[in-house]
Structures are given as structure tokens and as C-alpha cells.
Write a protein that binds this ligand. Sequence first.
Ligand SMILES: *Cc1c(COP(=O)(O)O)cnc(C)c1O
Length: 435
Amino acid sequence: MITLQDCQALDAKDALRPLRDRFALPAGVIYLDGNSLGAQPKAAAARVAEVVTQEWGKDLITSWNKAGWITLPERLGNQFAPWLGVGEGELMFTDTTSINLYKVLSAAARIAREDAPGRKKIISERSNFPTDLYIAQSVCQEYGLELVLLEPEEIAAALQPDVAISMLTHVNYRTGAMHDMAAITAAAHSQGILCIWDLCHSAGAVPVDLKGADADFAVGCSYKYMNGGPGSPAFVWAHPRLINRFWQPLSGWFGHADPFKFVPDYHPAQGIQRYLCGTQPMISMSVLQCGIDIYTEAEQFGGMTALRAKSLALTDLCIQLVQERCQGHGLGLATPLQHAARGSQVCLTREEGLGVDGKDSGAYAIIQALIARGVIGDFRKGDGGTGKHKDILRFGFTPLYVGFEDVWNAVEHLRQVLESGEWKKPEFNTINAVT
Ligand SMILES: *Cc1c(COP(=O)(O)O)cnc(C)c1O
């Protein structure tokens, strides 16, 4: 049996502990939702004030040059590039994940149309984050393709020569299950299939080596593990062998070879800059810098090797404590036990019919009761007992700021919420707009 003292001892010897001080975490809160919206870097408030007061307020339009606004998407890309295994000048922060996915899917569809016009399928996972599937549906309409949705175990067999594009999310948002990017990309390439990877739940959370895996395109957001702030700009990457093959479909002036020539004809910039569209949100982009700076600092503390080791230790601890202390309440584990197949979250399932009046699983209410106690995780709806996806209680572990004692306390709150039946209170059973 693991004890509170064991967890405190783990915190005492945690080399990453100083990085927790870089975050403005409210007292009394155990934040296990950094996979949805990362915590606030302490530097963020001063950075916003500087951008608003000085750069915008006093320097006005000169800040595009003077404060380097114009090059910020690329500078941030270069700063974060090593964390994704890509090179200088290959990564841009811009727009949202949904928009960037549209750009790279369209580029891939055009490449496939030219190189392999007979291929008509885009494959993805049925439990992929819905916006990815919605965007793919538009691209399918535009390019005459068909979106084929698969269960994870069906992917290997589906990599056949009739597939144009594989569009997968590396770490699944519902279960925390992680694909073997290198193996899937190699198998897909052997069949002539282009690979797009969505890294929303991977960037800053798990080791990613896009070049090593020989991926074709990647996108991801920066407001989750990267702590860029709500709606902070997402990133886009294209392998250098593909970048210049096509215009991206949103051919705005920031992707032009010479935007300030103001010529009527579009000539795309060379390199990843062509994946920009229009003017970027500089307040938001400037704050993102604070999140990325903490990653740069984390390099002194062992970088991704240390972060990954701690993330696995945190998720292992959570799984073990739930098994030891929360038996008999209909909980199961959706996250893989195998380290190589796990992202940085622990997702617990709950059986249907255990909710108030036997109506649902009660998972939503349990999460609300935990939030009322200051333990912030979230709920992801299953398919209502009709198929294979159960309701999920989701807990994200950001090793930059979550400690081992936090895990102990969170599971202890969960145990108390379950054993007392506190979650059955009416106020925890009313569904809010954002879950
Ligand atoms: C969070 C997330 C998104 C979010 O997309 P936005 O355009 O930022 O709203 C998209 N895809 C995946 C896989 C995600 O996890």
C-alpha cells in the first residue's frame, strides 16, 4: 500500500519541483486539467501588461518591427522545435488547430490527387477529437474523398493502397492511449499513404520526434500542456520535402512571398511561412511565449526525458492509488497500463446505470463534486451505454507543476466523494455548457 509519506518523499526528491513555482496556481486547487487548459505561467500577467501598455499603448504600429511582432510566429516555432524533433524554420505558431488541420489536410489531398489520383480514402479514428473529423468531412467534400472511421485495433489492417491520407491524433483525448507514431508512419508510407499527426495531447507532454518518425504533416494546440493561455495560437509543421509543393488553401497575405509589396497576385512564400494566413493575435501570441519559455528552462532540468519519467510516475501512482483505495464503485481504467502506449493522463470509466436514479453513469456528477473540493479534472461523455465508449472521468498530469502529494490528495478526495455519496447532490447533477 502506498502512503501519503511515500508521495511526500517522491516530491522531496523531484528534480523538476522548482518549475512548479513558475505557475500561478490558486491555493487549495489540485489542477488535473492541464490537458484541456494549461495553468497560467506567473510571467503571463506582466507580459500582457507590457504588450498592452508599452508595445501597443506607446509604440503603436512600430511594434511590428520594434518588438518583433512580425517574426514572433516563427521565433516561437524555432524555440519549441526541438520538443517536436523538427528543425529551424519548419514550425509556425498560428491560427487554431482546426484551421491548421484544414490547411495540411488540403495540402495532403492535393499531393495525393497529383501522385495517386485513384486513392479516395482518408482514414482516422472514430474516437478522434470531433473537430478533426468535422474538418476532414469538409476536405472530403471538396476533394471527392471518403472519411473512413476506425477503431484503434483496425488501423494496421486498414493501411492499404486505396488510402490517400492517414489523419490520426497521437494521444487520444478520451483515453490517453498513445499510438506508435514511427511504426504507423512507416507502415503507411510503405503503402504510399501520407501521414498527418495531431499533437494536441502530445506537445510538451510526451516525447515527439516528427523527423525521426518521418511524418508528413503535424498540427497541435498550445493551450493544453504548453500553457499558452486560452485560445493561444496553435502550431503547424510540414516536412521540408512537402512544404513547397502546394499553396495552402487559405492563401492570405501573411503567406505571401512579399506581403508588403501589396501586389495583386498571390505568390506563396517558400517554407513554412506559406502556412500563415492573416494578421496574428499579438497579445495572445506574446503570452504563449511565457509557456514556451518554461519548456526552454526545463531543458536545464533534464528536458523531455525528465518530464516523461515524472509523467509516467504520476500516472502510475494515480492508477495504483485508485486501485487500492476506490474499489467497489464501478470504476474502470481506460488508459493503457503499458507505458509506451500511454500519454500524460489517467482516464477512469464508470459503468452506466450507477448514476442518480440509475439514469447515467454518475461520472459527470463525481467530477462536479471533485471540482467543488478543488480537484479539477473533467468529464467526457461516452455513447450512453449503447456501444463501446463509456463515460470518462479524465485527469491530466502536467509534470511541470503537478506533484506526487497532489495525486495522493486527489485520489483521497475521489474516495471520499464516492464513499459519502456526496456526488448525488442535485447541484452536481446539473449539466453546464462547457464540460
Ligand atoms: C483540443 C483539441 C483540438 C482543439 O482544436 P481548436 O481548433 O483549438 O479548438 C483539436 N484536436 C484535438 C485532437 C484536440 O485535442
